[in-house]
Design a protein around this ligand. Structure first.
Ligand code: FES
Length: 127
């Protein structure tokens, strides 16, 4: 029921951890299941995400989608990162079971929350 990519990103998640002095940090949660995802961004002067890490206390699909989301936004601009949808993350993982689609929403929301945090800390930034 899970694609090989989901199982791979769940068993061997990329970019797990924290970034000290991150430029943007976003934490989101799903009130129904109680799972939590935190995303850390390092951003250069051109608004490019040079590093990205995550910590997820949650189900396998949430871990796999956060892992994939970090890979998808690394090297991208903040503007591009804001366009990342949970659907795109799920598609990059070759799909998720319908009952697990809400888990991918956490990844989209965590990226957006981290970018918003960056914007709050850097009001002068134009993205
Ligand atoms: Fe909570 Fe998947 S069941 S994020």
């Amino acid at each position: 029921m899970y694609s090989e990519k989901v199982i791979d990103h769940f068993s061997n998640p990329r970019n797990v951890g924290e970034i000290e002095n991150a430029d943007g940090v976003g934490t989101v949660g799903n009130s129904k299941c109680g799972d939590i995802m935190r995303m850390y961004l390092k951003v250069d002067d051109n608004g490019v995400i040079t590093d990205c890490k995550f910590k997820t206390f949650g189900c396998g699909a949430a871990i796999a989608t956060s892992s994939m989301a970090t890979e998808m936004i690394k090297g991208k601009t903040l503007k591009e990162a804001l366009k990342l949808t949970n659907k795109a993350v799920a598609e990059a993982l070759d799909g998720l079971p319908p009952v697990k689609m809400h888990c991918s929403l956490l990844a989209e929301e965590a990226v957006k929350a981290a970018v918003e945090d960056y914007m709050k800390k850097h009001p002068e930034a134009v993205i």
